[in-house]
Design a protein around this ligand. Structure first.
Ligand code: FPP
Length: 243
């Protein structure tokens, strides 16, 4: 870890950052390389960003690694991505766990390979007592799919309709127990939500840096947090400074 911490009051540092890691394909294309090289470089970068979050005092990081819609990509890219996830969970997760990172999976289990699920489950189990950074990995994740699963669970539990509150829904999402994100970042200059944390990000601040994900390093993250720190979050009310 080389980067210095943030020079901000603690209440201005987002407790939970969520990231749509976009632009791997374009990063590779610009270099005349196959898309999977971009995803590999994106994985390298993820390592940097996880460590930067620890340095900056961010407590929760949620990443969108693979969406329920990503299955529509060409077979070659899908196998490359699955291979990458396997490698990451087999080889790299151990170090993160030793550094105090708690791993959580968000997404639909059905449709994912049994091998990958087993590796994920092991990482979740091995890291369950860690608290330094809570890393939620969105794999086979979609916001609408998540809400559908929550509704199914609530109905299956026999909760009476009038007893269902917003809290009931939050508590039945894949993200149950994790606070809502304060800041959502989508890299690469795309301005879309793409089915990511659609319930949880209702009051999040959004940041859309132009940088492609493999190049979005610790200093870009610092800049994004500094932009966030200048925002005036009102949660639908009036400003504290201008009541
Ligand atoms: C979006 O870029 C990125 C993805 C669909 C994959 C993100 C995955 C990683 C960064 C791998 C790291 C994750 C783990 C858990 C090891 P894109 O392909 O849509 O880029 P483009 O818009 O430029 O085509």
């Amino acid at each position: 870890m080389t980067e210095a911490g943030l020079n901000l009051p603690p209440e201005r540092i987002p407790r939970h950052i969520a990231i749509i890691m976009d632009g791997n394909g374009r990063w590779a294309k610009k270099r005349g390389l196959p898309r999977i090289f971009g995803h590999r470089q994106g994985t390298e970068n993820l390592r940097r960003i996880i460590r930067a979050c620890v340095t900056f005092g961010v407590q929760y990081l949620t990443i969108y690694a693979f969406s329920t819609e990503n299955w529509g990509r060409p077979q070659e890219e899908l196998s490359g991505l699955m291979q990458l996830f396997h490698e990451a969970f087999a080889n790299e997760i151990g170090e993160l766990i030793r550094e105090g990172v708690k791993i959580q999976h968000i997404g639909q289990r059905e449709g994912m390979g049994a091998d990958l699920l087993e590796k994920i489950d092991q990482a979740v189990e091995r890291s369950k007592d860690n608290r330094r950074l809570i890393l939620s990995v969105g794999l086979n994740y979609g916001g609408r799919n998540e809400i559908m699963h929550a509704v199914r669970k609530i109905v299956a539990a026999g909760v009476p309709a009038e007893a269902i509150t917003e809290k009931t829904i939050s508590a039945n999402l894949f993200t149950a127990g994790t606070p809502d994100p304060d800041l959502v970042i989508r890299t690469s200059g795309e301005y879309r939500v793409s089915n990511f944390l659609i319930w949880q990000s209702a009051y999040a601040e959004w940041d859309f840096p132009e940088t492609l994900w493999p190049d979005f390093g610790a200093e870009e993250l610092r800049a994004s947090i500094e932009r966030y720190a200048k925002r005036d979050r009102r949660f639908g009310k009036l400003s504290e400074n201008n009541p």
